[in-house]
Design a protein around this ligand. Structure first.
Ligand code: FES
Length: 122
């Protein structure tokens, strides 16, 4: 799924709540990366084996979507300049990145994926 296909749930709730963003089948039908919007914020979802991770989708270095990057284990490589982040911590792993990314909470219940924004401000 590309960012342009991102799911938008207009009933998105207030900060601190779990927000449904789609089912596992909907989100990951074309790969292990998906871009969604949560309360207007672009969030990238990444499936690593049986684990799911959510981070800000827009790269901290420029205007690129990490959900369109290359996933290698717990690392997501930005498609624009090949900077990489650790999905477990949001840590920037190499140049040209100077800033970590924000991780968000994510869970799966009955095949439905829920995201809780850790920091509601972009
Ligand atoms: S925009 Fe992501 S590394 Fe430059």
């Amino acid at each position: 799924m590309t960012a342009s296909q991102a799911l938008i749930f207009p009933e998105a709730a207030i900060a601190g709540q779990w927000i449904a963003v789609g089912t596992m089948a909907e989100l990951f039908d074309q790969g292990d990366c998906a871009g969604v919007q949560v309360r207007g914020r672009k969030v990238g979802l990444f499936k690593v084996d049986d684990e799911l991770f959510a981070v800000d989708d827009i790269c901290t270095h420029g205007n690129a979507l990490l959900s369109e990057g290359d996933l290698d284990g717990y690392e997501i490589e930005c498609p624009l300049h090949a900077g990489a982040f650790d999905l477990r911590s949001g840590k920037a792993l190499c140049s040209p990145l100077l800033k970590n990314t924000q991780c968000h909470l994510v869970k799966i219940e009955d095949e439905c994926v829920f995201v809780q924004l850790v920091s509601p401000e972009a």
